[in-house]
Design a protein around this ligand. Structure first.
Ligand code: OSB
Ligand code: MG
Length: 369
């Protein structure tokens, strides 16, 4: 497929409610929507780099720069027939996985459309619906959190993930378990602890958690392996797994028992699939994480999560959990059984609504071959 034109949209959308983690708080979500025009088709991808370098070093600003000055020149006007080929062209560019992943996602969409298959099918997906979980940010107090959980459970979310940090952890989990003794519950620390907190972290074992996500530093594997030895609760790594090689090393040294796969964090859907394949071959469960995506990124995540190794509920919630109005149609909705349907139409299988994309676009740039 000849990549005739590529367009970048710097988008900003207001979240329906603020989202707070151990390290940052977001009220509006920026992202870059990438459109690839090829052979009369348009493919869309989302770059999930955020407003600041809080989750990882990438930001909308660094991703825009790297896309404009390096990634796009490496592929524009080229005839590229597979994601492997696209990845090879981007290989000289070190790091910047979110920038690369957004571009690769747009390519996957256009490739699937050209073959008249859904992205899920092209990736090797086997499920027609995916398990939907919800990630609940840090709240102002415990009563507020309990009512948020109550409301989300009533909506049908089958797995609840709580953001934790020192001072918002043991007491919170105890209160949640007292009120909801049997819900599927997990915690995500976004790297808020160190190995010196080991005695404190051992207390997490009392709450029957599905897993504890990324307790230690964002690039650590070694201390996680030490911690996992001492914890009954399975550790799930998010930030620390940036490549398929990281995943292999983490599993080899016992740094985690579960991996959260985010295409943006690992440099694209192809690498995401490689991590999935590795974990499936080793009997390690994976699930798809989220970065508060618009419907474009969400559609790609849903397609990915339809692969057989995605054995645990995903951080893929309904569009309404994030946006008053998504930029795609139809929006993703939660089915009564706590799942989200995998679109079956060609490519992403959802329609990007041009007026809505226009309305949330702050800046755009078109690159012609
Ligand atoms: O650590 O998983 C995370 C959102 C933004 C950045 C990092 C994370 C998250 C979430 C929300 O937990 C996942 C979602 O619903 O998109
Ligand atoms: Mg996380």
């Amino acid at each position: 497929m000849r990549l005739e034109a590529i367009e970048l949209h710097h988008v900003e959308m207001d979240l329906v409610e603020p989202f707070e983690t151990s390290g940052w708080r977001e009220t509006t979500r920026p992202c870059i929507i990438i459109a690839i025009h090829s052979e009369g088709l348009t493919g869309y991808g989302e770059c999930v780099a955020g407003a600041g370098p809080w989750y990882s070093y990438e930001t909308v600003g660094t991703a825009w720069h790297v896309l404009k000055d390096f990634c796009i020149p490496a592929v524009l006007g080229q005839d590229i027939s597979s994601a492997e080929e696209l990845q090879a062209r981007l290989k000289p560019i070190r790091g910047h996985p979110m920038a690369k992943a957004g571009l690769e996602a747009a390519f996957w969409d256009v490739l699937a459309q050209a073959q008249n298959v859904s992205l899920a099918k092209l990736l090797g997906g086997t499920k027609d619906r995916i398990e939907s979980g919800i990630s609940i940010g840090i709240q102002k107090d415990i009563p507020t959190l309990l009512s948020v959980i109550e409301q989300r459970r009533a909506q049908g979310y089958k797995r609840i993930k709580l953001k934790v940090k020192p001072g918002w952890d043991i007491e919170v989990l105890r209160a949640v378990r007292q009120r909801f003794s049997d819900i599927a519950l997990m915690a995500d620390a976004n790297a808020a602890y160190t190995i010196a907190d080991l005695p404190h972290l051992k207390q997490f074992d009392k709450f029957n958690l599905l897993m504890l996500e990324q307790p230690l530093d964002y690039d650590d594997l070694i201390d996680h392996a030490i911690l996992q030895q001492e914890l009954k609760t399975p550790i799930c790594l998010d930030e620390s797994i940036k490549t398929p090689e990281d995943a292999r090393k983490a599993l080899d040294i016992g740094a985690c028992k579960i991996i959260n796969i985010k295409p943006g964090r690992v440099g694209g859907l192809l690498n995401a699939k490689k991590i999935h394949d590795l974990c499936l071959s080793r009997g390690v469960p994976v699930w798809c994480g989220g970065m508060l995506e618009t419907g474009i990124g969400r559609a790609a995540n849903v397609a990915l999560a339809s692969l057989p190794g995605f054995a645990l509920p995903n951080d893929i919630s309904a569009s309404a959990r994030y946006w008053r109005e998504d930029i795609i149609e139809p929006p993703f909705v939660l089915e009564r059984d706590g799942t989200i349907r995998v679109p079956t139409g060609p490519g992403l299988g959802v329609r990007v609504v041009p007026e809505r994309l226009e309305r949330v676009t702050r800046q755009r740039q078109l690159f012609h071959a």
